[in-house]
Design a protein around this ligand. Structure first.
Ligand code: GLY
Ligand code: MN
Ligand code: MN
Length: 363
């Protein structure tokens, strides 16, 4: 904020608010200054926030403002009372209509003096979130270990004649039973030709002998997301299935080998991509190699090809970053393979947090 000459930053992204304050409710606004956090929330959450402030590990010292009407009216009133000249807002998390309303409202409330200037910012909190602290790493390691246990149980749920939807339902149940708050995203069970769609939704299709089945699921544990994929075969795998699985596994291994402090995230992606190209499967790998994990299941850093000139910012991965490695190969009408694990960059290199066999399991 100092580097951007901001007197205050209005935080409207709920994941960013959770990161800064531990508030896990659905609606709030935080105004952050060098020495204060003014926290706007409504009746539904006042008791919870007051209780949080009393405990040592939760965010103490929030200045609570109880919103009784519209959030943005309270926001404008709080900003006017703070006499901040330069006020940053999160461009990715404030709609154009709210922004335009705020400008008019601040001008009205300034009563002749210069109104606060709204300054567009991007990624101030998100960038801090990319590097996990010791507590976050503890939570993510615990979550990854629990998700690995879930995966071993999932292999027992998959068999011929069960439908994708039945299996997805059981996976979600196992995730909850393992102590997760909820699934991190809609569980994917994609069998046979459906496995050609990287983000397939489970259908009524029943698994049959010879299918490859992509199983992709994740959980939210103590507010942090983990994410894992394994591809299994119903009955003995065909030569082609083994070939594709081996190529994806090689790409996965190369990407992990390439992961170390200071390495370009584009180079990690290229390591996986080159391995699939060597196997003649470059075209079959159309998505990124990985994504950051944390309060959101998809966050920075993005382990992808560069997306235009401006993407060369924040290129290197550094210790404490947690992300997935999840190459895949997809062939329309035939099916596909994806293998996904969660890793953390360490001072020495990389540590893989999820721990389940990566061999092609034949059920
Ligand atoms: N299915 C979400 C992911 O693996 O990124
Ligand atoms: Mn996944
Ligand atoms: Mn993923």
């Amino acid at each position: 904020m100092a580097a951007r000459s901001l007197d205050a930053l209005v935080v409207t992204s709920m994941p960013n608010i959770l990161y800064l304050t531990n508030f896990a409710g659905s609606t709030a606004i935080a105004i952050v200054t060098a020495d204060r956090i003014v926290f706007l929330t409504d009746f539904r959450y006042v008791t919870a926030v007051s209780a949080q402030q009393g405990t040592r590990e939760e965010c103490p010292g929030l200045e609570l403002v109880v919103v009784t009407g519209a959030y943005d009216s309270s926001l404008a009133a709080s900003l006017a009372a703070m006499t901040a000249a330069q006020v940053g807002f999160e461009a990715a998390h404030l709609s154009v209509s709210r922004y335009e309303w705020l400008i008019r409202e601040l001008a009205t409330r300034s009563a002749g003096s210069a109104p606060a200037k709204l300054v567009s910012t991007e990624g101030i909190v998100e960038r801090i979130r990319t590097t996990k602290d010791d507590h976050e790493l503890w939570v993510l390691k615990e979550a990854a270990s629990r998700l690995s246990d879930v995966t071993r149980r999932v292999f027992g749920l998959v068999r011929a004649s069960r439908s994708e939807r039945e299996i997805a339902f059981d996976i979600d149940h196992e995730i909850r039973r393992a102590g997760f708050d909820r699934s991190a995203f809609e569980t994917i069970v994609a069998s046979g030709p459906n496995a050609a769609l990287p983000h397939a939704r489970p259908t009524e299709r029943k698994l049959t002998e010879g299918d490859l089945v992509v199983l992709d699921f994740g959980g939210v544990y103590d507010s942090y997301c983990v994410d894992l994929t394994r591809t299994v075969s119903i009955g003995p795998a065909s030569a082609r299935a083994r070939e594709v699985h081996a190529a994806v596994l090689k790409a996965h291994g190369r990407a992990i080998q390439a992961t170390r402090p200071g390495q370009s995230r584009f180079a990690i992606d290229a390591a996986a991509r080159d391995a699939l190209a060597e196997a003649g499967m470059a075209e079959a790998f159309g998505h990124g190699t990985g994504h950051g994990l944390g309060i959101e299941v998809h966050e920075d850093p993005r382990i992808t090809r560069p997306r235009g000139e401006s993407d060369y910012r924040d290129e290197a991965v550094t210790p404490g970053m947690v992300f997935t490695i999840e190459p895949g190969a997809y062939f329309a009408e035939w099916g596909g393979v994806r293998i996904e694990d969660d890793v953390v960059v360490t001072d020495a290199g990389v540590e893989v947090l999820t721990n389940v066999t990566r061999e092609l399991v034949q059920i």
